[in-house]
Ligand binder design. Structure first.
Ligand code: PMP
Length: 351
């Protein structure tokens, strides 16, 4: 704390990212990165861009990337907004779209950046508890509010909502922006992007960090009708001039174009998730039904903290969540089959 800080800075509780340690032979299942790739085509595109003219500013509109994303969904570039990871896209959304007199609603437990941004942008927010099965119950969102944001599937539970339920929510709040954060949608969920032409209050956010294996490149995007995208452009243009560097624009474009790599990789991760869920269940874990590239699990005989530490001693990193409303869970990213096997071997020593 310093006397030079504004009062808002003193109240901030910044988001704490997962560890990125450099330990040899580490099995890193703590930050929901992809265990594969990225695709060779992405690597070539990034390399070519890096060897190209970095002296020059990138395209301030990131037009080729936005067109490529839009085309995949039968939309136009004007309906796509891009940023440095979906975290930055979310920051623009919070700054520009979610501040109203009535409260912003989001689930508890959910992606913890929502509460961080609500504080940073002085947004009046109400956290809506999950139901007893750790699901988002959308009937709890049938109340007056200024805006809604929720992840589908939710993080860190991994539990998804059917598209029909999302559509009912969006239709029930025609005067409020409804933001669906689809960071993990490609691992089994149904995207709400298909609803965008029908609902002008809907904004869908996705990332290249998970199913496209590009967490290190920092690219995310939002899709919505013009009025919402225009709001984000205004915020962004008041903040920076170039949304993405040249390698990021080139790599992300190539990633969208490599559909074969994308399909094969996400199918592998979904299959590994099924096997890991069975192995954890056989060992006494309760595993929530996941539509993401991670599972959320707890063991009746061992605290999450103890398990996380014991795994860490065996060079396996997982994330631990403990909250009065949800209890004590581990969030385990789906790794390669060899990495999942290392996790299970370590658990067999511990349990
Ligand atoms: N939304 C959710 C629900 C997430 O879990 C994450 C990853 N931490 C993000 C958004 C942000 O991802 P990125 O900034 O890498 O796109």
């Amino acid at each position: 704390m310093s006397k030079y800080w504004s009062p808002i800075v003193s109240t901030l509780k910044p988001y704490v990212p997962g560890e990125q340690p450099r330990i040899a032979n580490l099995v890193k299942l703590n930050t929901n990165e992809s265990p594969y790739g990225p695709s060779d085509k992405v690597l070539s595109a990034v390399t070519a861009a890096a060897n190209g003219d970095l002296r020059l500013y990138p395209d301030p509109l990131a037009l080729r990337l936005r067109e490529t994303i839009a085309a995949r969904h039968g939309l136009t570039a004007s309906e796509v907004f891009v940023g440095n990871g979906s975290d930055e896209v979310l920051a623009h959304i919070f700054a520009g779209l979610l501040k109203h007199d009535a409260p912003l609603l989001y689930p508890d437990i959910s992606y913890s950046f929502y509460s961080t941004y609500a504080r940073l942008f002085a947004i009046n927010a109400v956290e809506v508890p999950l139901d007893a099965q750790f699901r988002i119950d959308l009937s709890d969102y049938e109340r007056p509010c200024g805006a809604i944001i929720l992840p589908n599937p939710n993080a860190p539970t991994g539990i998804g909502l059917p598209l029909a339920e999302i559509e009912r929510l969006v239709a029930a709040h025609p005067d409020q922006p409804v933001v669906i954060d689809e960071a993990y949608i490609d691992f089994g969920g149904q995207s709400a992007i298909a609803l965008v032409p029908k609902y002008e209050n809907l904004l869908v956010v996705q990332t290249f960090s998970k199913s496209r294996a590009l967490a290190g490149l920092r690219v995310g995007f939002a899709i919505g009708q013009r009025p919402l995208i225009e709001a984000l452009e205004r915020v962004k243009d008041s903040f920076n001039s170039y949304p993405l560097g040249r390698p990021a624009q080139a790599g992300a474009t190539a990633a969208i174009e490599d559909e074969a790599w994308f399909e094969a990789t996400r199918e592998k991760i979904i299959a590994s998730r099924g096997r890991l869920t069975d192995q954890l269940t056989e060992r006494g874990f309760e595993v929530l039904p996941s539509e993401a590239n991670f599972v959320f699990a707890r063991h009746p005989g061992h605290s999450g903290e103890t398990l996380m530490q014991a795994l860490r001693e065996r060079a396996v990193l997982v994330r631990h969540f403990a909250k009065p409303r949800i209890g004590d869970f581990l969030r385990i990213t789906i790794g390669t089959d060899a990495e999942c096997a290392r996790l299970v071997e370590a658990l067999d020593e511990i349990l």
